[in-house]
Design a protein around this ligand. Structure first.
Ligand SMILES: NC(=O)c1ccc[n+]([C@@H]2O[C@H](COP(=O)([O-])OP(=O)(O)OC[C@H]3O[C@@H](n4cnc5c(N)ncnc54)[C@H](O)[C@@H]3O)[C@@H](O)[C@H]2O)c1
Length: 259
């Protein structure tokens, strides 16, 4: 594919495309939904918090965009299968996916880590990304192509004490992203991961309240990210401008991992 001056402008580059976003009711997922809608995509917004997904869909509709909302539990493969099938049926196929649903846990050393918390975090953050790709990819194969972005983290390549489950889950997301990318590299489906530093969303609200200055100091830019900044990178990776990019992890971390 040639990217030329006749390529669609950013304002309409996703026209006619359906994007399925998990974790779409909040934070990075919601910011990505709003940005893709402004660039012409139709949205299928999936979240375990169905009311939050409906709120974002309503805001997008008010701005003239197209969005429908679903309840999904990404830790339950049958729930994911159902939501992806309903979304694809609503549009005649699926083109794009952003797998952003995720949770954190209490900071606890490995030797004391709660076993249920391990299973919950790994099931939602890692198995959940696999379940999503498992049902999104066949829809994209039927469509003849597609693009997926999975949400990793700086904890996908580094670690922080007390986060064994979250760190392991995000390392796993990066591996699953690369393996899936290789499976479909010659079939028109690109799979990448985005690895943010700390982002100002409800996910980190408690830690931000307790240790905002320490959190900021980890980032050489001297601040944490806004969700819209991460959405810009996700949108780029989904766009035709990223046509040669697959199987890779893209940091947006204010310099966190550079030192
Ligand atoms: N905020 C950060 O600092 C940060 C940094 C790096 C990576 N990330 C990653 O980015 C992604 C989005 O995080 P965020 O900061 O926007 O968080 P957020 O808490 O604002 O949003 C996460 C959304 O996921 C939904 N969710 C939780 N469990 C779910 C489930 N089982 N099924 C479906 N939906 C579920 C929540 O209801 C929520 O709407 C996560 O994967 C997170 O690990 C966040």
């Amino acid at each position: 594919m040639t990217v030329s001056s006749s390529a669609p402008s950013a304002a309409n580059e996703f026209n006619g495309r359906l994007a399925f976003i998990t974790g779409a009711g909040s934070g990075i997922g919601a910011a990505t939904a709003r940005l893709l809608a402004r660039r012409g995509a139709s949205l299928a917004l999936a979240d375990i918090d169905e009311a939050a997904a409906h709120t974002v869909a309503g805001e997008i509709a008010q701005e003239g965009g197209r969005a429908i909302a679903f309840r999904v539990d990404v830790g339950d493969p049958r729930s994911v299968e159902d939501a992806v099938a309903r979304a694809a049926a609503s549009h005649g196929g699926l083109d794009l996916a952003v797998n952003a649903a995720g949770i954190t846990g209490a900071l606890t050393p490995c030797g004391d880590y709660d076993l249920d918390a391990w299973h919950r975090i790994v099931n939602i953050n890692l198995a959940g990304v696999f379940f999503c790709m498992r049902f999104q990819i066949p829809q994209m194969v039927r469509r003849g192509g597609g693009a997926i972005v999975n949400l990793s983290s700086i904890m996908g390549s580094n670690a922080m004490a007390g986060t064994v489950a979250y760190t392991a889950s995000k390392h796993g997301v990066e591996g699953a992203t690369k393996a899936a990318a290789l499976d479909y590299a010659d079939k028109g489906i690109r799979v990448n991961a985005v690895a943010p530093g700390y982002v100002d969303t409800p996910l980190i609200a408690r830690r931000k309240a307790e240790a905002h200055e320490r959190m900021v100091a980890l980032h050489p830019m001297g601040r944490i990210a806004q969700p819209g900044e991460i959405a810009q990178l996700i949108a780029f990776l989904l766009s035709p401008q990223a046509a040669f990019i697959t199987g890779s992890v893209h940091m947006a971390d204010g310099g966190y991992s550079a030192r």
